[in-house]
Design a protein around this ligand. Sequence first.
Ligand code: HEC
Ligand code: HEC
Length: 360
Amino acid sequence: MMNNRLLLVGLIGLMVSASGLSVFDSLKSAQASPSGHAPHGAVTIDGLTVSDIGPLPMSVPSPATNLTYKAKVELGKQLYFDGRLSKSGAISCAFCHNPATGFADPRQTSIGIEGGVGGRQSPTVYNTAFNHLQFWDGRARSLEEQAIGPIQNPIEMGETHENVVSKLRKIKGYQQQFRAVFGTEVNLQGIAEAIASYERTIISTNSSFDKYVAGDASAMDERAVRGMGLFKGKARCILCHNGPNFTDNQFHNLGVPQVGPLKEDLGRYYVTKAEKDKGAFKTPTLRSMSETAPYMHDGAFKTPDEVVDFLNAGGGANQNLSPLVKPLNLTAEEKSDLVAFLKALTGEPIPFQLPKIPKD
Ligand code: HEC
Ligand code: HEC
């Protein structure tokens, strides 16, 4: 643990460095379009009022204790791609949250260390900066807390925290960067903070939808525009996928069929032990969902069309099914309009280069 003096020195360091630099400049310029659109209206369905969908905020929230700036983001990026965080040396965060597949995992459920199979689908890292809680069941409160989890998860990276820290302490490139960024030796807290900072730069934004609501009427075709109307109306999607990141940050049971290695997954119930949370999972963002198949906590569906068919039928049979889910009676054309809208949520590609990972 850091003592208070070190923490204070670290904080001052962060503030000084942060003042000169913003890694979100490109994001800001991408979003600063002159538009008369009021992003946060409200939509009412069946007497329930929820936030409208709209553009993301101009800047990405970082906690005051872990400000985001370039040197820290660069360090976090190296750690994110470094297999030495795992026991075998081969499994990095990117193995299951791969930039080539929307920072998610195309496998139905992730394969980790020594081929161990986990029971859940790996969600995208896109826009996790906006999540109030992390994991399908919301068991981590922050990206910092989340980042520490997979390293010692026996079926993910399978390494102890002590071993990771002592392995990385031997690497000069990391020693130097930890001194510069945190003023300390390599430690677990710093690993978590740097990775979280990098994750806060993985943002899906400026999609066709964003351009459309910012005033560019040609950004979405007619089908997607009709799909947006359905999303906010007859198809009821906005009841849960609302706000700028298309999630209410709540947990719901859609009756998703349990496939994969687990017989049963009670989701949020494991965290709260409340009956109402049995089988409830966090509403995921829908931004860039076209890149992140398969879908749902267990990867039960391979395509957006399968998801829409499932919801059109009123979800799956489950004694704890959310009362917000109902049969929708969408026509074939309406279903395809809705899918066209989902595809219009794909963000602009992030210019991407693999980091140079320090060898020794
Ligand atoms: C072996 C595959 C695997 C590896 C390696 C892995 N993850 Fe994950 N990740 C998952 C799975 C599966 C989940 C969902 C688990 C759950 O909800 O219980 C997840 C969840 C997450 C989430 C939560 C996202 C959300 O929307 O709730 C974040 C953030 C994340 N991982 C980041 C990381 C980071 C950072 C690393 C490296 C330190 C990492 N992951 C390593 C498979 C992996
Ligand atoms: C009652 C709240 C609720 C409603 C209404 C709802 N969703 Fe969802 N959505 C969720 C939750 C919760 C999940 C994750 C469920 C799980 O994995 O068990 C989810 C998952 C998804 C996924 C998978 C995303 C991924 O990354 O795995 C898609 C796509 C999706 N919803 C689209 C829609 C569409 C389109 C509609 C309207 C037809 C809709 N949802 C209506 C709450 C809702």
